[in-house]
Design a protein around this ligand. Structure first.
Ligand code: NAD
Length: 251
């Protein structure tokens, strides 16, 4: 995979899948902008990258705020002259796991704002720049919950189905403009987000693993590999696709 000197933004890269992805891009000699609402965590990711000999900078962004997303893209282009890769990974789960009739307005609005509107803002601004420069690759982090039903999770499910839809529709629009847009759909993967789910009910770990043919959760590094590959020229004839990384759960 040749990612040398590619200018890459990864949102939500202060922890979990985003942090692993930023580290992997940097290990492949990309220049990575570690963008997260939590600046301290973004700085931690950057210091780990720098310790490994990579190049990265931390940037504070709330993807639900259009002006902040615009500023992130603008400052990246001012500093580096281009934006080769945009990874839209920032995401949250609902606070409560309840059936639809009890799903809270708070969870609905918060989850849709980050997971769906945030991805729209990031795609819109990245595509403006990528259209100008005549190339680019976007990878959205959706979920197995964006392909299959999942109970007690309505806003999350709605937002991730939306990410898959936005990926396909935008890919169609930009296919002739040398801009590819793909998505990964992870199943349960070790991260802060999964820990929140595991803490939501007794024996959750066991219950969830029963649905995974491989009998284990995914690792953030494993998802990062697919994201970097989709971003790279190695996948240059692929657009509008989803890669499911779920240990066989969808089978
Ligand atoms: N872990 C899983 O099992 C799993 C499965 C499928 C999909 N995903 C998706 O993977 C992505 C990464 O999640 P993760 O599991 O690594 O969780 P995580 O909680 O470890 O990481 C999410 C990151 O997003 C950041 N973030 C949250 N709101 C933000 C905002 N408004 N603006 C900018 N950054 C914000 C957080 O600070 C955090 O660093 C999410 O989109 C999630 O939905 C995770």
């Amino acid at each position: 995979m040749n990612l040398e000197n590619k200018i890459v933004i990864v949102t939500g890269s202060g922890s979990g899948i985003g942090a692993a992805t930023a580290k992997l891009f940097s290990a492949h000699e990309a220049i990575t902008i570690v963008a997260d609402i939590n600046l301290d965590n973004a700085k931690k990711t950057v210091s780990e990258i720098v310790k490994q000999g990579g190049t990265a900078t931390a940037s504070k962004v709330d993807v639900t705020q259009y002006d902040e997303v615009e500023k992130l893209i603008r400052s990246t282009v001012q500093t580096h002259g281009k934006l080769d890769v945009m990874v839209n990974n920032a995401g949250i789960g609902g606070k409560q796991q309840l059936k639809t009739a009890d799903h809270t307005h708070e969870d609905w609005h918060n989850v849709i704002a980050v997971n769906q509107t945030g991805v729209f803002y990031c795609m819109k601004t990245a595509l403006q720049q990528m259209s100008k420069q005549g190339h680019g690759s976007i990878v959205n982090v959706a979920s197995l919950a964006g392909l299959k039903a999942s109970g007690n999770n309505l806003s999350y499910s709605a937002s991730k189905f939306a990410v898959v839809g936005m990926t396909k529709s935008a890919a169609l629009e930009y296919a002739r403009k040398n801009i590819r847009i793909n998505a990964v759909c992870p199943g349960f993967t070790h991260s802060a987000l999964l820990n929140q789910l595991l803490a939501s009910a007794p024996n959750m770990d066991e219950k969830l693993k029963r649905f995974i043919p491989m009998g284990r959760f995914g690792e953030a590094d494993e998802i990062a590999e697919a994201i970097c590959w989709l971003a790279s020229e190695n996948s240059k004839f692929i657009t509008g696709q989803t890669i499911t990384l779920d240990g066989g759960t969808s089978l």
